[in-house]
Design a protein around this ligand. Structure first.
Ligand code: PBG
Length: 341
């Protein structure tokens, strides 16, 4: 028996740290924050224990809580006071994200990233204004009495809206813009808009490979953004596809995306790792609401140790190749990392 090689030699306590390949830092995390224009008190989000929707007046206080844990960046989501078919509150100068951003940017040192999408702002819950498409039962485009109109998001009309939203966020003081709608050409449209208005220095983090995932369920309750009919499979990616992700992400890189994101994270670590090899951009991964909720649910039942599985999840995302991690665990894990020092 040849035991020249004994990997266990390096697993002894005093050497494990020296040979550890991956480390987590509070500065790796981005904490999602929900600002709600329909409430004047903090409201817990039932499906995401420990998270709340906060009124605009509490946005600064909420972000300060995040900063205290050592996390330096937040991703802002807004729940508007009203919705319409176009999602016009998304680009309003006095909109919920614009107001919150203005205050957070002037009163705190947080790095403010804003989610740019229309689904929280449209009354139908889709990620852009709708157009009607006539399709035969066989999916053909022939128009005739046997055709049912189906509604789908009007890609090019949405691009104009995304340009306006991104500019309104930058005007309010956003440090980085993060489009999440998976419209074709969205990065180019936003880059052009920002440059036109003098925001050449504001980077874009594209939700570049965003899948049509059932793991967004708890978020849709949190942000009131569930589609009123149908689903998002006409614009978000098919979970079956990996090669398509490379093509989709390459387009965003060509259009000038500064950071490339994969979403969700854990079920798509193969994509994170492919991107790490293929691109030299910073890679972000979004550890989504369902990934958070399932660990909490199992730990409430006493089936998993929450602290341990949260840490292991984030470590695996980093190991797969992510530089930045958007996660609802940001504050908890960052606090524990700082305690250990
Ligand atoms: C909006 C958006 C979604 C998430 C982030 N931005 C929801 C969706 O596409 O339905 C999901 C975040 C999460 O589940 O944590 N387009």
């Amino acid at each position: 028996m040849d035991l020249t090689h004994r990997p266990r030699r390096l697993r002894q306590d005093r050497v494990r740290g020296l040979v550890s390949e991956t480390t987590l830092e509070p500065a790796d995390f981005i904490a999602p924050v929900f600002v709600d224009a329909t409430t004047d008190e903090r409201r817990p989000i039932e499906t995401m224990p420990g998270h709340e929707r906060v009124p605009i007046d509490e946005a600064v206080a909420r972000v300060e809580e995040v900063l205290e844990t050592g996390v330096e960046a937040v991703m802002l989501f807004g729940i508007p006071e009203s919705k319409d078919s176009e999602g016009s509150r998304a680009w309003a100068e006095d909109g919920v994200v614009q107001e919150a951003t203005r205050r957070i940017a002037t009163e705190t040192d947080a790095y403010v990233i804003t989610d740019v999408c229309l689904c929280e702002y449209t009354d139908h819950g889709h990620c852009g204004p709708l157009e009607e498409e006539l399709r035969g039962e066989d999916g053909s485009h022939e128009h005739g009495p046997e055709c049912d109109p189906i509604q789908t998001v009007d890609n090019d009309a949405t691009l104009e809206a995304l340009d306006r939203i991104a500019v309104s966020h930058a005007e309010a003081g956003a440090d980085m813009i993060a489009p999440s709608g998976m419209m074709d050409g969205m990065v180019a449209a936003i880059r052009a808009g920002l440059d036109r208005e003098g925001f050449e220095h504001v980077p874009i983090m594209s939700y570049a490979a965003k899948y049509e995932s059932a793991f967004y369920g708890p978020f849709r309750d949190a942000a009131d953004g569930a589609p009123a009919f149908g689903d998002r499979r006409h614009y978000q990616m098919d979970p079956a596809n990996a090669r398509e992700a490379m093509r989709e992400v390459r387009l965003d890189a060509q259009q000038g995306a500064d950071v490339l994101m994969v979403k969700p994270a854990l079920p798509y670590l193969d994509i994170v790792s492919d991107l790490r090899r293929e691109f030299d951009h910073p890679i972000a991964a979004y550890n989504v609401s369902g990934e958070y909720a399932m660990l909490h649910a199992a730990s409430e039942k006493g089936w998993l140790d929450l602290e341990a599985v949260a840490h292991e999840s984030l470590l695996s995302i980093k190991r797969a190749g992510a530089d930045l991690i958007l996660t609802y665990f940001a504050e908890d894990v960052a606090e524990r990392l700082s305690d250990r020092r």
